[in-house]
Every structure is written in structure tokens, then in C-alpha cells.
Design a protein around this ligand. Sequence first.
Ligand code: BGC
Ligand code: NOJ
Length: 810
Amino acid sequence: MKYGSFDDDRREYVIHTPYTPLPWINYLGNKDFFSLISNTGGGYSFYRDAKLRRITRYRYNNAPGDSGGRLYYINDGGNLWSPAFLPLKTPLDSYCCRHGMGYTLFESRKNGLSASLLCFVPLDEPCEINRLTLINQTDLPKTVRLTACVEWCLWNAVDDANNFQRNYSTGELEQEDSVIYHKTEYRERRNHYAYYAVNCDTTGYDTDRDTFLGRFNGYDAPDSVMHVCSADRVSHGWAPIAAHHISLTLQPGEVRSLVYVLGYAELDKEDKWQQLNVINKSPAKALLERFNTSEKTDEALKRLNAYWNGLLERFTVISGDEKLNRMVNIWNPYQCMVTFNLSRSASYFESGTGRGMGFRDSCQDILGFVHLVPERARQRILDIAAIQLSDGSAWHQYQPLTKQGNADVGGGFNDDPLWLVASVYAYIAETGDASILEEPVPFDTVPGTEASLFEHLRRSVQYTLSHLGPHGLPLIGRADWNDCLNLNCFSEEPGESFQTTANYESGIAESVFIAAMFVLYAGRYAKICDRYGDPEEAAVIREAVETMKAKVLEHGWDGEWFLRAYDAFGAKVGSNECEEGKIYIEPQGFCVLAGIGIDGKHAQKALASVRVHLAGEFGISLLWPCYSVYHKELGEVSSYPPGYKENGGIFCHNNPWISIAEAVTGNAWDAYEAYRRICPAYLEEMSDTHRTEPYVYSQMIAGQEAPTPGEAKNSWLTGTAAWTFTSISQYILGIRPSYDGLQIDPCIPSDMKGFKVTRKFRGVTYNITVDNSAAVEKGVKAITVNGNDINGNILPLGDDKVCDVKVVMG
Ligand code: BGC
Ligand code: NOJ
């Protein structure tokens, strides 16, 4: 069962009905101004920080399911309908929603009136544009009353949803021409406001939600719309909104476009006021001037399209598999941009008020993003490194607005520091720009404490080495990648945080997963040392890596697979000896991809065990068997009902680790299968079961042991995006950035005859043709670059700006 279709030429997903199983959303905005937009126009906007600068209000976990956002009402001679279906819910004669690269377009029709509503955030502008075009397709004139409305959020989304005794008295607005300005708290400590405007005269306006709606009504039946009235006054306190009413007469065939702008403005403190208690409107007016015609919005949309063309050109594949092509060329990198921008902060599952930018999450997001806009990846790495502490540990999160470590969550997640190495390595391999290592970066954002980024990496690696447990494996701290494996928190109190309540500091719980990370990333750090100035350090670290490998094989091997951890009593976690949770996915993927046990039989055995115990129809589960009862010595992992989330759900993020591990050991078919099982484009036909958007990954798909296997949750903001892009581009298609140039090492099913990739890398365009007429799974027999044979499989960095690369597998 499908609810839409891919339009690859336009790079859109086209949704044919408002009745999708869940709201299917898109993101508008790339830098400062962001909006979430659902296929019925719901969602909200914020500036930089979804918690601290929320512009419009959204009610999570609400009934009915989706609300807020852009509220448009058409009253066509008594026929009331909304061009995005909500809020009015009137059945439409036709409806479609096209989610594209940074824009969403609704096209709908009712009684001979057609509407197209285009929503996007222009590049580098703090606003969302909504261009509504109406066409009278009948033979008679039509008189239409059009209402457009947004509901303001009082900036801090947490206070907005809490402190009503204050909030109901603080709301303040101004109205001038066809613009309604929201200026709550501007009189005192804020120097920013928002506004909602339309580029024509209005016949009336409303600024107070309860008057606009009337007593007992929702947004699906506002008094002002149903009874064609408006208050036409600026209100105070309560719930401020901005609603514009317009009357239009459309002759037969007439087309009318209106441009609505939701904007945000920030002023210097001295320039805040125009006169006493009247805000300085000049930045708003200047912006509105830039978008006051349909033509100007067209130009802005063209610039946005060109921007995305440029980004997506950086890696494209042509293969015989249409679904693979559309994921690699369009939707996977698109999702990588969104996760880079938002980390895990704001989605339809993340409230925007909980987590800001995650240290571990954002470092991993860079792996899938760095080839798109390396300069932004560079800055992000420096921002993240600045919340590292001088002992090498790190704050777990920071707020994007303040860039300060988030004290509520604190630190102590012992995997965090090593992810910094992962992102820096990826950045240098992509760009060759080692100057980043010399950038001065403070610790804990304290000015005066700056040390080079290189030094930060050293401390990351040292942190692991100085926190080893009784088996010589890394101490886990509050948790490692698996936030729910809380071996030092023995929680029995409802409401306590599994992660931050430290009530059983055993000092001995160890993580095999961090050991694998250490092997991989300390190994990469050693390469960085070799290259950029410290061969002695490199040698010392290499020895530590070898020791760690040996410790993993000695104490982290269970016989058929890698162990997961040792708990606070020194008991094994993820062992055949355990009654439940015998095998976990993370160490199987990460140990193998780090190269542990590749030479012996360990790697192949571990992956075979994954296939037997964890792999299923919908993907690879995190663990098996699921915990049926709560284990306080293990923590949150056992708090979830079996088959959900970390308790044996298919936690998509680590499926690509298995894919990579399979590719590293040469099992192309299993690598590709692991890729396809969770890949949304392949799941489109089963949208009824899967339920989330078929164009982006979700964090979790319910596992085999769950009551609803195959049902996905938590779409968009997941490390799955970056890791699947890494697995498919670098390990399956095998086009892998390295220090010395692009390495070509495909691992593809033998029935795949070949493929073409265009890759822009360090200023060179590589047009790569891979020929697999030999029908092998791995192995490169010959490579020519612009007609010349090369040795090995790394494309030498030369002067040619375009390189024609022929690869023969065999
Ligand atoms: C979730 C994890 C998540 C963590 C973040 C837990 O409840 O299960 O997936 O990483 O919260 O704090
Ligand atoms: C989601 C979190 O954002 C991520 O940091 C964590 O690794 C996974 N959940 C697994 O618990």
C-alpha cells in the first residue's frame, strides 16, 4: 500500500492523500531559520534553536494528530476549504503535496478553484515564504474571502508550555499595513521579534486566538472564518496570533498570487525602538521588500534549487537499481543535511525542547555531510570540540544558540571523545585540509584555555586509555553509544533519569564497543600523528591499539560472537551465558569494521551469528532475545517492552555497521541485503506497516519480537542517515575518501554488472565507471585514469580537473 510516489526528476516525493498513516514531513531552511512542515501544512518554525527561539507554537502529542503551522482558509462563496487540507479538513476535488529539496508545494482544487501553496525558506534569509496562487477555472467570477493565520510561541518553548500564570499577561503585538508583529518580551530583555505579512491590502485582521476562534472552537472552525468577521484590533496577553483576511474577486481564468512571509528580525540594543514602545521595523520592511512580488519569490526559489543541484552533484550514482539511485542521489544526502543542521533536536518525535546538539550525534552526522559542505563541517567540528573538557571527556550536548555545554545532561558518556576523532578524520580525508588540526579551541568553552584541535584529539584518545577497567577494556561510564545500557545506574525510582542518575559508580563496568571504537579511531589518530608531525606518539598509540585488539579477543569474545560489556559486578553482558540479551549488534558491527579478528575466524563467525540470531525480515535487531523483565543492573535497555527501541528493536543506526562489516569481509550479498532491508525507498510498498515517510530513515523499526514488527518510529533525526550514506557510498559502491585520494574498493552483489559514479572530490570531478562483467563481489583488477593505468586502488591526486576513471573488477 502506497500513499504517494517518487518524482526523481524533480527530486520530490509526491503524496497523493492527506490520510498518510502519520504526518509525513519535510524541513525548510538550511542555516538559521528552520521550519517543519507536514503534508497537511502542520509544523512550526524557529530561529537557530528550537527550544530558545521558537517562533510559532506546536502542540505535540495532540489530538487530532497534527496541528499548527500554516493555517489557510478559503471561503469561496460559502464553500470552505484549506489548500493543504488542514485545518478545515474539507474533502478536496484534488490534492497533492510535493516535498522537495527545501520546499513543499501543495496543489489542490475545489469547485473549480485551484490553489497552489508553495512553502520554502530562501537561502540566507530569516523567513519562510508561503506563496498562494489561486486560479478560477470556472466560467463565472468568484469572490473569495481568504484567511491566513499563524499562532505565535512566546519564544522559549519550555516556558511557553509551562508558565501560564505569566504567559497569559506578556503577549504583545503591533500591526501596521498588512504586517502583524509579535514582540512579546521585547520591552525588556529581548531584541528580536517576528512578523507575519502579506503583500496586499487586507480587509481585516485578528491578533487574539480566542477571539479569532470563538469559545469552544478549534482551528477547524474559527468564528472569524465561519461568520466572516474580524476583530481588527491589537490584543494584549493571552495567546497572540497573526491572522489576515482578504477579499478577492477572480474573473474566469484569472490567476492571483499572494506572498505571505513569516519573518524574524534581530536588532542591536541601541536600535531596538523607532519611538517609545514602537519597535524598529526597518529590518522587517527591508526583507519584505525583497519578497513583495511573485517574481521575486520565483527568483529565490531558483536560487534554492540551484544550491541543491550543486550539493547533490557531489556524489551521484547510476546503477540498474532505481531505488538505490534515488536514495543515494537525493534522499539520503538530503536527510544528512537535516541531521547535520538539527542533530536530534526538532522533529515530529523530538520536541525541540529536550536535546540540543549531541556531541556523539553531531560528530557522526558529519560522516554523511562532510562531502556536501566541508566548510560548515569544519566549523561544526570546532564548535563541538569546544565543549570537550580538559581531561578529554565531554559535555554530552550543547544548545545551538549559546554553544554552551548542557548541564542538565552533563558528561560521562565514555564513547563521546572518540567520536571527535571520527569526525576530524572524515573531514581531513574529504578535504585534505590538515590546517584544522592547528585551530585553537578552548576546553569547556572557557576563553583562555585554547589548545590546538590536534591536542583535543590527543586528549580524546588519552581519555580512553586512562579509563580502563579490570579486563583492560574501556570503562563505559554512564553509557556508550547505546544510551540505554546504564551499567552504573541502578534505578528503582520512577522518573529518575537512567542516564544521569549516578547511584552505583562501580568503577569497573566495561564496554567492548568502546574498545572497538578505540581500535578504529585511535588507529586513525595514529595516522594523523604520522602525517602531521608526531611519529613517536603514533608509535605509542599503535601499540595501545594492538593491546586493545588483544584484550578484545581475550576478554571480549564469547565463542560465537563478541561480548557487549561487563557489568558493575564483572558479569558478562551479551553472552550466550545470559538468559536474555545473549547477543548485541553493536560489537559485532564495530569490532569487525575496526578490523578486529578479521584474520582469524572471529569476524566471519560474529557476522554469521548476526545473520542467525538478529537478522529478520525488517532489518537487524539490536539484541536477542529481548529482555522480558526489568534488570536494574542493565538499565533503560530493559525498560522497553520487547522488540522496541534499544530492547531488541531494529535500531537502524547500527544496521549500516553490519553492512560495512560484511563489505570489509567481502560478503557483498549480505552487505547489500543489510542496506536494503531498512532502506525507506524499498519499503514504500509497505507503507501501511512501516507508517513513517518512505523517503527518509527512521531511528527504529519494531523488531520481530514486538507486537507490531516492521512499524517504524522516530523518523528523520537519526544517525542512520550518515552511516547508511557511509556504508553505501564508501563500502558497497566503494568510493572512499582517504588521505591520499579517492580509494576505489566496491563490494557489490555479483549479479550487479557495474555502475557509474560521479564524485566531486578536492576540486576534481571523477567520472567513475565500474565494470563488473566478471561477476565478482569484490576485488579490483585494473584502474585507468584518463586512459593511464594506475597502481593500486587509490586515484592519485593530479592536476586534471576532470578524471575519467575506468575500474575493472575481477
Ligand atoms: C532513548 C535513546 C536515546 C536517549 C537519549 C532514550 O530514552 O531510548 O534512544 O538515545 O533516550 O537521551
Ligand atoms: C539515540 C541517541 O541520539 C544516540 O546518541 C544514541 O547513540 C542512540 N539513541 C542509541 O541509544
